[in-house]
Design a protein around this ligand. Structure first.
Ligand code: NAD
Length: 436
């Protein structure tokens, strides 16, 4: 099939590459000329494990191409995917201007039947708005499908190639057939393709992300309670996770969720609820808990340094909002950096993939270390904000030889409390019983 993907960010580039991998001819369109230039020249623009190999192969086989021209990009396409940003607007609602702008343009360009697929995360009712925006300038028949994306950054290729489920919102039989054919190679193991109406599909994505965010905030509150009551969150987590109705996954406490999806999607669903005159109490609490959780380590750090961080220097491991990505949108590490700088401290950082992205935003207010161990030079303590595998079994002798104080503040519970005690560290983590 000939496919167009509009927007070549984390979702668009993975979508385009994976559809090319199953033999489709894919043209990706982006307004960012620099991105298109790099991608056309075979230079990948995001870090996503496993993507580069597929990207290179399909580019070489000429199943994958890039352009800045929407007109050229959609010329022979049967299906047009919109993988455009839907950032939070000022009131918290999803900003649909990127999606509706492209829909408006498409209305002026369509000359034959096409299926336009919304892959962006969008509020209920967006398919109708997209139809209206296209139809304004267009007499050609078309269908608009809501096909929310559930891939996770860091394992996006696997998620796309073997999705738990594919959700397709359409009431058009013609579009349903096209979409079913397109996704058939990805669900050969029998995972479901769930056909539903557009509104249900749109809401499914928000419900999924909001539920997962709720799980995180719930566990973060349990962790707080564990510290106050003298219980161990690791034990509680295992105790509840072995119940099938709860499940083992997504129960790890930490310093809050970040990324480009959970924060904005929870916020957008709350706003949609408000617009529908409904006060979604749980989600308001989820957001509130998460805001506080990002700075969970700060009082512990301050207490250790007797409430005076002025002139102190901190090493911070982990900048990405989660491991295996270079995405730093809403990353808790950025909030910690801001808080430390505001207290008059200085910070050296290290992250395996996200340093470049942080540099663009934070600039020279912090020091960018070349290695996780040089990051420790002159540091009074180490803070861990992302659970990259490479931080899990570090050389503790190197750490103690370099740090001025044997103090580690771990926002991701990477190490055993007892072991850290034996190694002589002042070790603080999230929701666990201090070693005796
Ligand atoms: P992104 O910011 O990484 O990428 C968006 C791309 O769209 C950028 O390359 C941008 O230049 C391009 N763009 C903007 N306006 C354009 C236009 N007029 N024409 C062509 N290209 C244009 O965003 P993303 O993370 O890929 O997210 C896209 C959507 O998918 C969002 O709605 C998001 O909520 C949703 N989503 C994201 C993830 C994720 O893990 N990132 C997962 C599931 C769903």
């Amino acid at each position: 099939m000939k496919i167009t993907v509009v927007g070549t960010g984390y979702v668009g580039l993975v979508t385009g590459t994976c559809f090319a991998e199953t033999g489709n001819e894919v043209t990706c369109v982006d307004i960012d000329a620099n991105k298109v230039k790099k991608l056309s020249a075979g230079q990948i623009t995001i870090y996503e494990p496993g993507l580069e190999k597929l990207f290179e192969r399909n580019l070489k086989e000429e199943r994958l191409s890039f352009t800045t021209s929407l007109e050229e990009g959609i010329k022979d396409a049967e299906v047009i995917f919109l993988a455009l940003p839907t950032p939070p607007g000022e009131d918290g609602a999803a900003d649909l201007s990127f999606v509706l702008y492209v829909a408006d343009q498409l209305g002026k360009l369509l000359t034959d039947y096409k299926v336009i697929v919304d892959k962006s995360t969008v509020p209920v009712g967006t398919a109708e708005k997209v139809i209206a925006a296209i139809a304004k300038n267009c007499k050609t028949p078309f269908d608009v499908v809501s096909n929310p994306e559930f891939l996770r950054e860091g394992v996006a290729v696997d998620d796309f190639m073997k999705p738990d489920r594919v959700v397709i919102g359409t009431t058009s039989e013609r579009a349903r057939k096209v979409m079913g054919e397109l996704y058939a190679p990805f669900v050969r193991q029998g995972n479901p393709v769930l056909f539903m109406d557009e509104k249900s599909a749109e809401l499914t994505k928000y419900a999924a992300n909001s539920f997962l965010a709720t799980k995180i905030s719930f566990m973060n509150e349990i962790a707080i309670l564990c510290e106050r009551l003298g219980a161990d969150v690791d034990m509680v987590r295992r105790g509840i996770g072995s119940d099938d109705r709860i499940g083992k996954r997504f129960l790890f406490p930490g310093i809050g969720y970040g990324g480009s999806c959970f924060p904005k999607d929870v916020q957008a669903l709350v706003k949609s609820s408000e617009d529908a005159q409904y006060d979604f109490k749980i989600l308001n609490a989820v957001m509130d808990v998460n805001e506080k959780q990002k700075l969970f380590l700060l009082p512990k750090i301050k207490a250790y340094f007797k409430n005076n961080l002025k002139g102190k220097h901190f090493a911070l491991w982990g900048l990405a909002f989660k491991p295996n990505t270079d995405d730093i949108r809403e990353a808790p590490a950025l909030y910690i950096i801001d808080a430390l700088l505001a207290e008059g401290a200085t910070v050296s950082v290290f992250d395996p993939e996200a340093m470049g992205n942080v540099k663009q935003i934070v600039g020279d207010k912090i020091i960018y270390a070349e290695h996780q161990y040089t990051c420790l030079d002159n540091a009074d303590a180490l803070i861990i904000a992302t659970e990259w595998s490479v931080f899990r079994t570090p050389d503790f002798h190197k750490i103690s030889a370099t740090l001025k104080n044997q103090a580690i503040f771990d926002g991701r519970n990477l190490f055993e409390v007892q072991r850290m005690k034996e190694l002589g560290y002042h070790y603080e983590s999230v929701g666990r019983i201090p070693a005796i």
